[in-house]
Design a protein around this ligand. Structure first.
Ligand SMILES: [Zn+2]
Length: 214
């Protein structure tokens, strides 16, 4: 069987990261998160990290060239299947990945986790995180206690999730990343699943889409 090679697409808070981790566990794939990798480069104070930091500190996306550098370096070292989260984010990135893949890798597909904007706005309005540990959950889950179930710390809304910040992220997604969805659709490589429901429910749809078209 051909190795699974997937790019994950979808709006902010659609659950891409969670599905990426579930996929990598279930199918034994290497998982790449652009956001995580960039933070690692920043912490390591590498040349790439220092450049990336000038964008990240303004909560902007890094330029295509920098993102491609990061991903192509990682891909060149991979053997076997993989799943990419947070790349490609723009059409030029998708085109560059195609050019890169033709030389080295084949059989790549895109998986869109589809959730409507209004549903996402509601989802992030309900989301909170612990100010002390890394716990993230919903207001519903902590309604009775009012503090972090793991460590008892105070709970805040993430800055990215505040209404204005979220709407801005959605606008950027629709302008730059929605055309990436069309790019894969036009070349008949797009799998689309609904991102509504629990992570387990969504993952059941993901598995079924992959087994039908994988
Ligand atoms: Zn906590």
């Amino acid at each position: 069987m051909e190795e699974t090679r997937l790019v994950l697409l979808g709006p902010p808070a659609c659950g891409k990261g969670t599905q990426g981790r579930l996929l990598s566990e279930a199918y034994g794939l290497s998982y790449f998160s652009t956001g995580k990798q960039l933070r690692r480069e920043v912490e390591a104070d590498s040349e790439l990290g220092r450049e990336a930091d000038t964008y990240l500190s303004r909560t902007e996306y890094v330029p295509d060239r920098l993102a491609l550098n990061l991903v192509s370096g990682w891909l060149a070292e991979r053997r076997g299947g993989w799943v990419l989260d947070g790349f490609p984010r723009t059409v030029p990135q998708a085109v560059a990945l195609d050019a890169f893949s033709e030389e080295r890798i084949g059989g790549m597909r895109a998986l869109l986790i589809d959730v409507e904007r209004e549903v996402l706005a509601e989802r992030v309005a309900q989301r909170c995180e612990c100010s002390r540990c890394s716990w993230v959950g919903t207001l519903e889950e902590v309604r009775e206690r009012g503090h972090c179930p793991d460590c008892g710390g105070g709970l805040n809304q993430r800055r990215d999730d505040e209404p204005e910040a979220f709407q801005k992220r959605m606008d950027v997604y629709e302008e730059l990343s929605l055309p990436v969805v069309w790019h894969y659709e036009a070349t008949d490589r797009l799998l689309r699943v609904s991102g509504i429901g629990s992570p387990e429910e969504v993952f059941t749809r993901v598995r079924s889409a992959l087994s039908k078209h994988g």
